[in-house]
Design a protein around this ligand. Structure first.
Ligand SMILES: *Cc1c(COP(=O)(O)O)cnc(C)c1O
Length: 408
C-alpha cells in the first residue's frame, strides 16, 4: 500500500475524531491497548473530582449523594450495551479472575450431579488456574479437564458442569464461534462461560443472541478503564435466582444494611457483588465506557480488521523472518496480530526503544493490539517499517534488549 493510500484510509476513517479524546505520548505508536488501554483525556479530571469533591468534601455521605453504592450496577448496565446483554444482567466488580471463580461455582450449582469443568489447553492461565483451585477446594470432587481447542465438541458429555472458553485467544487472536459452541454445549445441557477479556470493546458481541450463560471480562483492556480497573460479570437473567453465590459477601446480600447473621442472596445480578467497590477505579472506568458508548461497534470492528490486514500484508512484504501466528482471515481474528520469531523478546524490546509498544508472550510471540479508537492506519504501517529497519540493522542484538523485566 502506498503512503497516499494509507493517508486516504486515515482521512476516510469514521472513527478518526476519537483519537483526540485520548492522551497519547508524542513519538509513541501504541499497539498494546489490548493489554492496557490508553488514557482518555477526561479521566484525570474525573478522578480528581471524585477525590476532591466527593471523597474530600462529602465524605461518607457520597455513598448516597453521589450514588457510589450504585456504581457496580450502573457501570454493569453500560458494559451490557457493549456485549449484547440486558440491563440488570452485568455487574462491574472485582477482577476477571475472581469473576471466573464466581461463574464456575455458579455453574456447579446449576448442575450439582455433574463434576467436570471443561476448557481448552493454552487458555489464558488464570482461567485454568481458577479451575484447579475449585478442584482442590472440593477435594478433587470437581475435576478440571483441558482439551485441544478443536476437540472441545468431542468432550461435551453429561458429566460436564461448565464449559469455560476465551472468545478471543490472548496469544493468537483466534476467535471462537460463540454462537455455535454455545449451542453445542447446550445440546448436552452444559452452561457456557465466555471470557471476553480481549473481545469487550473490540468487536460486537451478542451474548443473549448466542444464549450465553455467563461471561467475564476486563475493564483495563479495550474498555480503557486504567491499570487494574474493575472487571465485569454477566449472568443470564434465567440463572440469577438459582445461584447461591460461593463468594457470599455482604454487598451481595439482599439487605446489606440489615447486618443480619445469615446470608440471603440479593436481587438479580446484585448477588454477584461481594465486597465494597473501589470507587476511584470505577470513576476512571466509567469515563472509558462513556467514550466507547459513543462509538459505533461495527465501525470499530471494520477498522480493526482493516488495521490488522494492513499490518499483516506489510509484515509479509517487509519482514519475511516472522511467522504469522494469528488467523489471516480477519473474520476469524480478534483485534490483534501475533507474529513469531525465536528472538521475539529482544526484538520487542528494540521496538519499544524505537517507540513502537507491543508486547511479548512466551515463548516466541510478538503481539500487536489494534485499538480503533486511537490507532491510525499510518501507525500500523510505520510500526512495520520500524520493525523492518530493526531487522535489517540487527539492532535487536544489543545486549540491553536481552534483559527481562518482571512484566513482559
Ligand atoms: C487479561 C486476561 C485476564 C486477566 O485477569 P485479571 O484477573 O484481570 O488479572 C483474564 N482472562 C483473559 C482471557 C485475559 O486475557
Amino acid at each position: 500500500m502506498t503512503p497516499d493510500q494509507i493517508a486516504e484510509l486515515d482521512r476516510a476513517d469514521p472513527l478518526a475524531s476519537f483519537r483526540d479524546r485520548f492522551d497519547l505520548p508524542d513519538g509513541v505508536i501504541y499497539l498494546d491497548g489490548n493489554s492496557l488501554g490508553a488514557l482518555p483525556k477526561a479521566t484525570a479530571a474525573r478522578v480528581q473530582s471524585v477525590v476532591r469533591e466527593q471523597w474530600g468534601t462529602d465524605l461518607i455521605r457520597s455513598w448516597n449523594s453521589h450514588d457510589w453504592i450504585g456504581a457496580p450496577r450502573r457501570l454493569g448496565d453500560k458494559i451490557a450495551r457493549l456485549i449484547g446483554a440486558g440491563a440488570g444482567e452485568v455487574i462491574c466488580a472485582d477482577s476477571t479472575s475472581i469473576n471466573v471463580f464466581k461463574a464456575l461455582s455458579a455453574c456447579l450449582q446449576l448442575a450439582p450431579e455433574r463434576s467436570t469443568i471443561l476448557s481448552e489447553t493454552g487458555n489464558f492461565p488464570t482461567d485454568a488456574y481458577m479451575m484447579e483451585g475449585l478442584s482442590k477446594l472440593t477435594d478433587g470432587h470437581v475435576q478440571q479437564k483441558l482439551v485441544a481447542s478443536d476437540a472441545i465438541a468431542d468432550h461435551l458429555d453429561d458429566n460436564v458442569a461448565a464449559l469455560l472458553l476465551t472468545h478471543t485467544h490472548y496469544k493468537t487472536g483466534r476467535l471462537h464461534d460463540m454462537s455455535a459452541l454455545t449451542a453445542a454445549a447446550h445440546e448436552a445441557g452444559i452452561p457456557v462461560i465466555w471470557d471476553l477479556s480481549h473481545s469487550a470493546g473490540a468487536m460486537p458481541v451478542d451474548l443473549n443472541a448466542c444464549g450465553a450463560d455467563f461471561a467475564v471480562g476486563c475493564g483495563y483492556k479495550y474498555l480503557n478503564g486504567g491499570p487494574g480497573a474493575p472487571a465485569f460479570l454477566f449472568a443470564a437473567k434465567r440463572h440469577h435466582d438459582k445461584v447461591f453465590p460461593a463468594l457470599s459477601g455482604w454487598l451481595g446480600h439482599k439487605a446489606p444494611f440489615a447486618f443480619s447473621d445469615h446470608y440471603e442472596a440479593g436481587h438479580g445480578i446484585d448477588r454477584f457483588q461481594c465486597g465494597t467497590p473501589g470507587i476511584l477505579g470505577m470513576a476512571a472506568l466509567e469515563v472509558g465506557l462513556d467514550l466507547m458508548l459513543h462509538a459505533d461497534m461495527q465501525a470499530i470492528r471494520s477498522k480493526s480488521q482493516a488495521l490488522g490486514d494492513l499490518f499483516i500484508e506489510r509484515v509479509e512484504a517487509r519482514c519475511p523472518q516472522f511467522e504469522l501466528v494469528s488467523p489471516r482471515d480477519c473474520t476469524g481474528r480478534g483485534s490483534q496480530v501475533s507474529i513469531a520469531h525465536k528472538e521475539g523478546y529482544a526484538i520487542m524490546q528494540a521496538l519499544i526503544d524505537r517507540g513502537v509498544i507491543g508486547d511479548f508472550r512466551a515463548p516466541d510471540i510478538l503481539r500487536f493490539g489494534f485499538t480503533p479508537l486511537y490507532t491510525r492506519f499510518r501507525d500500523a504501517a510505520d510500526a512495520v517499517d520500524i520493525l523492518a529497519d530493526i531487522m535489517a540493522q540487527d539492532s535487536w542484538t544489543a545486549p540491553q534488549y536481552a534483559v527481562r523485566g518482571a512484566v513482559t
